[in-house]
Design a protein around this ligand. Structure first.
Ligand code: XBP
Ligand code: MG
Length: 235
């Protein structure tokens, strides 16, 4: 049987990528770099997971002198810190909603005695902000394990983050199911031995999902936001 459900965050729990894109651009602006990532360009940039890694790979692709490149590479941690500030405040302001069916799946899985976990590339502060702003005060408590960001050396598509989640849950891969939206996420989960459900977004549709156990347009029907009301019934 299945003991746990392991969720990716960006793209899977919520379609956050537009907010990430805007936050990157605001950070570039703050540093007067004159860079602005369009939606089309950002779709391609998503091939590299992790914000710091994405900015680094972008700088590596610029046709500039080695000294300029070095100077820009030194800025990466600062740019990323600024980006995280912009992104997490957008999330805290309530600008992000859960994807259809997510809240219900989380609630019903807990009710059925399954544990919930997170395996995400993004920073812990972003994951915390998203869970609290979409699920309320209980958001963090619902998850037994939150594996994210720089807790592993190798980000997705490497299996490390899913392996960390499984290890912390104390489970082997056959006792859990993964939920993902991207081919990098799918590769990571499958490499960790997990059967994986894919719900693509605008940013990932058309990718190669052949190794997925199941590809669905969404995890369920649209629903009203969760209330903190005790005894709230799921329909
Ligand atoms: C999502 C990502 C993240 C965000 C940026 O990947 O690639 O890197 O775009 O987050 P996944 P940070 O959904 O596969 O985990 O800037 O916080 O790294
Ligand atoms: Mg994702």
């Amino acid at each position: 049987g299945i003991d746990a459900l392991i969720f990716d965050v960006d793209g899977t729990l919520a379609d956050t990528e537009e907010a990430h894109r805007v936050a990157f651009n605001l950070a570039f602006d703050r540093y007067g770099l004159g860079w602005s990532w369009s939606r089309t360009e950002y779709r391609g940039l998503l091939d590299v997971t992790g914000g710091k890694e994405r900015i680094t790979s972008y700088i590596q692709s610029l046709p500039i002198a080695p000294t300029d490149r070095r100077r820009l590479l030194e800025l990466v941690p600062h740019l990323h810190r600024e980006k995280t500030r912009f992104y997490s405040s957008m999330v805290n302001d309530g600008g992000i909603v859960l994807r259809d069916g997510v809240a219900r799946l989380l609630e019903e899985s807990l009710h059925a005695g399954r544990r919930l976990a997170i395996a995400s590339t993004t920073s812990a502060v972003n994951v915390d902000a998203l869970l609290q702003s979409t699920l309320g005060a209980r958001g963090l408590e619902m998850f037994s394990v939150i594996a994210c960001g720089d807790q592993v050396k190798q980000k997705k598509p490497a299996p490390d983050i899913y392996q960390l989640a499984l290890r912390t849950l104390g489970l082997t891969a056959d006792r859990a199911v993964a939920f993902e939206d991207s081919s990098n996420g799918l590769r990571s989960a499958v490499a960790a031995g997990l059967w994986t459900v894919i719900t693509p977004t605008f940013w990932t549709e058309g990718s190669d999902f052949t190794s997925a156990g199941l590809v669905l347009p969404r995890l369920g029907d649209p629903e009203k936001p969760l209330s903190d009301e005790p005894g709230r019934q799921l329909q």
